[in-house]
Design a protein around this ligand. Structure first.
Ligand code: NOJ
Length: 884
């Protein structure tokens, strides 16, 4: 009953089952690569061809079967990174290399050849710490660090590279019969009623890596999966392909909205990173096993994880991040792709969203509800219904007649507005964005050169080609206040549906044979589409402010480097306990791959959470980086005060805790922006030698100082929290209203002593310093502060970065970065010192000007807490407090 491929002309069949997504075995390039079996490689290196320059080492390898030569380039990059590129020596057409993701051409170092024989070439890094052993036949590369083999490439012989070929003339002839038989999908591929015509033919690439001694593997979001990557089996690889899967299941390796092809491996003394820079559909196989390692006469079983990357097209371009610590890896990755943009302060507050807040009156009353119930919040959100028929950048004339008036109301409350702006453009000649896009030829094309048409919220739509820099520039200009009518400077943006989502498309996304700027097929750039939209949006918001103000843009789809443009959320989760639970490993995974500003919809987008779940979700969300309540069109109203006084009280308390913690959180965001330290981090990152932490995903660290264990169990009466370095503690008291959060001994955090209606109301509220002593009676911490909204911290160095130290009974405030200056009236009013063994007899403060003063204090010997009160210490000046 096979129909002839050549006769398929209608691409989109209306009857396509909405929920149909491919299994791996339905992906042709996966099937083709799987025909290779681990064993001897098909490739041999031609070591005679080696050339060495300041930049790299190059040589050719040849496929013994088809004799097609490939060029291998090996680079050492500053900061303990190696890069391996493999491309055809003479491709028929240029193969796609991912642009715009690396923030700059990496700075290379000169490798040296330290051994060269017929079958072996040894390259040594500048500092001599690393050696690359290249074996010619069969071709493989081993990476050694100080005599320990860390990683090998192509040791399973799975290097795979489909060279570009001439289009077979008569595809429907005998060749295609053979193709059908073997089901290789070389020149075209069918899925359901969809035909994908491959203009360039097969172009898949793949490579295997063996990670010696490693069994704990992380990263490669986005999957609704555990923190630790699982072993894959046939037909069940981790998929990196941005898809809009409504009601996605959990514990599934199918790709959802975003992809970051970056994987981390950890063992007690070392962390390693592999960044596979490819934006086409990618599958990753993971297999951990024990292997016999022989040293001298002794043999022992050690773990080894084999990781196999397979991409549909492009080239092999892989970065090996050598750590050795997790924090080194985060820095190395940031050196390549950039760090998290520093968010405007307001965006760390609570966000109130729903699909939809109906009209201006609705917005007004929800906004007032927060004040009535004494719950702080910063941002009101408007979903797609605020527009005129899903024409983005417009307002529904009936519901939102006067958007400026509405924004003035919010502005008076010192709050912001976020509106949704999706990438699909309604086909309507009367809609300026469509007609301009059309006349400027800014839409993605189908394989026949016509504007690609797909169905999304507005009905038939075209899709802006954000891969084109000219389109991005034009798009950015649409955010100018005079162009975007009804927008003001308190309006920020949410980019959704940017996988891109296409309701009647293959797997609900764009045909892979659609064509982008430069003639590139969609298959090459698929995973970059959302990345580019967010980039253009962020640039637009910066531009509209004359380059002064930091943007806030939330995106659903993302790629490596998206952290530079704003925040990411995990999409359409379900109001079910299991989705609350999985939000933690999902966010930890995003955090490890550079996307620190991430969150999951509080309450669960789909369905209706029971009050207990909603309350628990607020408690968890309050300690996650991006904190937004959201609900679907079909969900009942669930503003925080709708579930009775008791629940309102607990939610209020959770949100208020969040707000008092903001000085600490903002400091963490500065650290992630400046130093690439994730805000939310798995325990193992902070306790890299404690094996029992390696798989923990129900608790995590917020910065270095706080350990958070959100309760995600229904009707919990107690929780057991693992405290690394000590034991487990069981918590049962007040468990209903409690968020178990622990401050780590040795840390100092700053909090606000009170909260306000929104972050902007809190600027002048004083600080509390919370000192938790370690076993040596010491502690350190810091505070970052700036105006919270502009780029002055960067361009004019208007910031404060302060350090607080407790050591030998003295608490001191000092400068942590002399380059910054920012004046604040804000003082430290209270100091809490936890873990003080004995009541001091006196406490004296020394001011910068040499004056000193006695301080009033109280000591609680039950909790070993010393409280210093009624202080008036400026956070921006130096002072010391002595305890005697
Ligand atoms: C899908 C998004 O994931 C969801 O958050 C949003 O409410 C709907 N699209 C409608 O815009």
């Amino acid at each position: 009953s096979h129909f002839s491929l050549c006769s398929v002309s209608s691409v989109q069949d209306e009857t396509m089952d909405k929920m149909k997504f491919k299994k791996c075995s339905q992906i042709a390039f996966y099937r083709r690569q799987k025909l290779l079996h681990p064993g001897k490689s098909l490739y041999r290196a031609l070591l005679d061809s080696v050339t060495l320059s300041n930049d790299n080492v190059k040589f050719q390898i040849i496929n013994e079967e088809n004799k097609v030569p490939l060029l291998v380039e090996i680079y050492e990059i500053e900061g303990n990174i190696f890069r391996v590129k493999i491309n055809e020596v003479a491709p028929l057409r240029t193969r796609y290399e991912v642009p715009d993701v690396l923030i700059k051409e990496p700075t290379t170092k000169r490798l040296s050849v330290t051994q060269k024989e017929t079958n072996i070439l040894v390259l040594t890094s500048t500092n001599e710490d690393h050696k690359l052993h290249i074996t010619a036949n069969p071709f493989q590369i081993e990476l050694e660090s100080k005599d320990e083999t860390i990683l090998s490439m192509n040791s399973s012989g799975l290097l795979y590279f489909e060279h570009l070929q001439l289009t077979p003339k008569n595809r429907c002839g005998t060749g295609s019969a053979k193709e059908n038989q073997e089901d290789l999908g070389l020149w075209q591929e069918v899925f359901g009623s969809f035909l994908d015509v491959k203009a360039s033919g097969p172009s898949s690439v793949g490579l295997d890596f063996s990670l010696h001694g490693f069994e704990h593997i992380y990263g490669i979001p986005e999957h609704a999966e555990t923190l630790l990557l699982k072993n894959t089996s046939d037909d069940d690889a981790y998929r990196l392909y941005n898809l809009d899967i409504y009601g996605h299941k959990i514990h599934d390796k199918i790709g959802i909205y975003g992809s970051v092809p970056f994987l981390l491996a950890h063992k007690p003394n070392r962390t390693l990173g592999i960044f596979w820079l490819n934006s086409s559909e990618t599958l990753v196989d993971i297999s951990t096993k024990a292997v016999m390692e022989v040293r001298g006469t002794q043999g022992s079983l050690v773990p080894q994880t084999d990781v196999r990357w397979m991409s549909e097209s492009g080239i092999i371009d892989v970065f090996l991040l050598m750590g050795p610590t997790a924090f080194d890896i985060f820095k190395q990755y940031a050196q390549l792709t950039g760090t998290q943009a520093l968010p405007p302060f307001f965006s760390l507050g609570y966000h109130q969203c729903r699909w939809n807040y109906e009209d201006e009156q609705d917005v007004k009353s929800v906004d007032a509800g927060f004040d009535q119930h004494d719950i702080p919040y910063d941002v009101m959100w408007l979903d797609i219904e605020h527009t005129e028929g899903k024409r983005y950048f417009t307002w529904d004339k009936k519901r939102f007649r006067n958007p400026r008036r509405m924004q003035e109301l919010l502005r008076k409350k010192k709050r912001k507005l976020v509106v949704i702006i999706d990438p699909h453009i309604k086909i309507d000649p009367a809609y300026t964005i469509y007609s301009q896009g059309k006349s400027k030829d800014y839409f993605v094309k189908d394989r026949n050169g016509k504007d690609f048409e797909g169905v999304c919220w507005p009905g038939s739509s075209c899709y802006l080609d954000f891969t084109n820099p000219e389109v991005r520039e034009w798009y950015a200009d649409l955010f100018a206040f005079q162009t975007y009518k009804g927008s003001t400077d308190i309006l920020f943006v949410w980019n959704d549906m940017n996988e891109p989502s296409i309701f009647k498309g293959a797997e609900l996304t764009m045909q892979k044979d659609a064509v982008h700027h430069g003639g590139w097929e969609h298959r090459e750039v698929h995973n970059l589409y959302g990345f580019y939209q967010q980039m253009a949006t962020a640039e637009g918001l910066i531009k509209r402010s004359g380059g002064e103000e930091r943007p806030f843009v939330l995106t659903r789809s993302f790629f490596a480097g998206s952290q530079k443009y704003g925040a990411v959320w995990t999409g359409d989760n379900t109001a079910d306990w299991s989705y609350l639970k999985i939000s933690i490993p999902m966010l930890l995974t995003l955090s490890m791959v550079g996307i620190s500003f991430c969150g999951a919809d509080v309450g669960g987008f789909i369905g209706n959470p029971e009050p207990e779940l909603l309350v628990r979700w607020y408690q968890a969300g309050a300690y996650q980086p991006f904190f937004r309540g959201h609900a679907s069109l079909n969900s009942k109203r669930r503003e925080p005060w709708l579930f009775g006084e008791k629940n309102t009280q607990i939610i209020r308390e959770a949100i208020r805790e969040r707000y008092s913690l903001l000085p600490y959180l903002y400091t963490l965001f500065y650290r992630t922006h400046a130093e690439a330290e994730p805000v939310m981090r798995p325990l193992w990152v902070e306790f890299p030698e404690e094996v029992e932490t390696f798989g923990v995903e129900d608790e995590y660290m917020l910065g270095k100082a706080l350990l958070v264990y959100p309760v995600t169990e229904q009707a919990a009466t107690e929780v057991d929290v693992l405290l690394p370095g000590s034991d487990e503690v069981r918590i049962s008291k007040n468990i209903q209203s409690l968020i178990p959060v622990f401050q780590r001994g040795g840390s100092i955090i700053l909090l606000k002593t009170a909260v306000g209606k929104s972050t902007e109301w809190m600027t002048d509220i004083s600080y509390e310093l919370r000192v938790a002593l370690d076993s040596k009676d010491s502690a350190v911490g810091e505070l970052y502060l700036d105006d919270g909204h502009s780029f002055q911290y960067l361009h004019k160095k208007q910031f404060l970065y302060r350090k607080f130290t407790f050591h030998e009974n003295m608490l001191s405030s000092s400068c942590a970065d002399g380059n910054g200056q920012y004046s604040t009236k804000c003082g430290v009013e209270r100091v809490l010192i936890l873990g003080v063994r004995q009541q001091p007899t006196s406490a004296i403060v020394n001011y910068q000007d040499g004056k000193n003063k006695d301080i009033i204090f109280t000591y609680d010997d039950k909790t070993s807490t010393l409280t210093l009160e009624k202080l008036l210490l400026n956070v921006g000046t130096n002072w010391e407090i002595y305890l005697k």
